[in-house]
Design a protein around this ligand. Structure first.
Ligand code: ADP
Ligand code: ASP
Ligand code: MG
Length: 403
């Protein structure tokens, strides 16, 4: 009997009707002869509401308490889904992340899974039952409740699929698969039938939030095939797996954008070895994930260092930089949250010159200024004003004929 992990996102379990529809699908999968492990997200916008509630209660939010609070969202869904399954005669047992044996490091609000002790899940499966696991959470090595970062239920699902050697990890969501751009912004975007882990990694890393980045890393490292599909139409969606000869190597596969990052600039840093190392070591020690970095060559012996960080790390990043101004001999620090990154991803880019030129020409035609640029072998990213990002995505999608 093959094992399937099925993960249901927030919109897919947003109300009682949705939870019953999901239960129905799980029951059907079970009756068709598969073992099923279910992973659920918090209902609808619950996580956002809890974050707002915390902000209304206090300006001080110890991250341990934030995790305790947010983990409650997924617990509501898991128990309701088990009740709906019981109604259909399917034996199901809910597990918090901690009960499911998901052990993480102790970095609250963005913990990493270090180990999974899945014996309780195996026991439930062995008894013919369906384990329903609360996504997005675990227990730290110090035995505190942790969460895995926004979108973390995807990571829970893939990690469980890896450790239980599932045949596939199905990610059910509110779109019918992975598209050539966010279908909410580019209605003519095309659904991709198959895509490699490498391309999906770049899409996830550059703002295509349909899968969390960590979940794709996990899937690639542990060879877990992913099937991203709709919890509304239930039609086949997009397969994410190993690149092979049958996969089409489009020059550009998708255009993404991400408005959740912010830019920090340290002005007038003396041009000496060791200063950038000092700066980025200090940021790493505070668990800040730095993304794009730009350093201008100096004319007068000083340089400006600009870099981007996730928006939620902006406060700590500016604090770190301001604390280093004197030691570095810099002139000051500025920050800017009003930016967005627009990216093109495609495995065929490696072998096709001209992608960068057409990207820049397309943005120039719209009068959009490029503030920072970064590339990988299969991605080009441009930082632009946040207000221009969606127009840029639509224009690039058209320019590269992705519809
Ligand atoms: P869930 O709650 O199911 O995890 P998310 O909101 O995290 O759902 O992810 C699904 C959303 O991702 C879609 O509603 C869509 O707007 C967005 N999205 C962004 N880029 C893409 C893309 N390239 N393909 C599909 N969906 C995308
Ligand atoms: N509920 C969490 C979030 O909204 C985790 C998830 O849905 O994947 O980020
Ligand atoms: Mg998600």
């Amino acid at each position: 009997m093959s094992l399937v992990v099925q993960k249901f996102g927030g919109t897919s379990v947003a109300d009682a009707d949705r939870i019953r529809a999901v239960a129905d699908h799980v029951a059907r999968t079970r009756r068709s002869g598969h073992e099923v492990v279910v992973v659920v997200s918090a209902m609808g916008k619950t996580t956002d509401q809890l974050i707002r509630l915390a902000a209304d209660v206090s300006t001080v939010q110890p991250t341990r308490e934030v995790d305790m609070l947010l983990s409650a969202g997924e617990r509501i869904t898991m128990s309701l889904l088990c009740m709906a399954l019981a109604d259909l005669g399917v034996e199901a047992t809910s597990y918090t992340g901690s009960q499911a044996g998901i052990i993480t490091d102790a970095v609250h609000t963005k913990a990493k899974i270090v180990e999974i002790r899945a014996d309780r899940l195996r026991a439930t499966l062995g008894g013919g039952g369906v384990p329903v696991v609360a996504g997005f959470q675990g227990m730290s090595v110090e035995r505190d409740i942790t969460t895995l970062g926004r979108g973390g239920s995807d990571t829970t699902a893939v990690a469980l699929a890896a450790v239980l050697a599932a045949e596939v990890c199905e990610i059910y969501t509110d779109v019918t698969g992975v598209f050539s751009a966010d279908p909410r912004i580019v209605p003519e975007a095309r659904r991709l039938a198959r895509i490699s882990y490498e391309e999906m990694l770049e899409i996830a890393a550059s703002g295509g939030r349909v899968l969390s980045l960590r979940s794709v890393e996990f899937a690639r490292n542990h060879h877990v095939p992913l099937h991203v599909r709709s919890a509304f139409t239930w039609e086949p969606g997009t397969w994410v797996d190993e690149e092979d000869a049958t996969m089409e190597q489009a020059v550009v596969t998708a255009v993404t954008h991400d408005a959740s990052e912010a830019k920090v600039t340290v002005i007038g840093v003396p041009d000496r070895p060791g200063l950038a190392a000092r700066l980025f070591r200090s940021l790493a020690e505070r668990n800040v994930n730095v993304d794009m970095i730009v350093q201008n060559t100096s004319v007068h012996g000083t340089t400006d260092i600009s870099f981007t960080v996730p928006g939620y790390d902006l406060a700590v990043s500016t604090e770190v930089c301001e604390g280093l101004v004197t030691e570095l001999g810099a002139a000051g620090v500025t920050s800017d949250a009003d930016v967005a990154r627009v990216s093109l991803v495609g495995a065929g880019m490696k072998t096709h010159p001209g992608v960068t030129a057409l990207t820049f020409e397309t943005l120039a035609a719209l009068g959009i200024n490029i503030e920072m640029i970064s590339t990988s072998s299969i991605r080009i990213s441009c930082m632009v004003r946040a207000a221009a990002a969606e127009d840029a995505v639509r224009a690039l999608h058209a320019a590269f004929e992705l519809a």
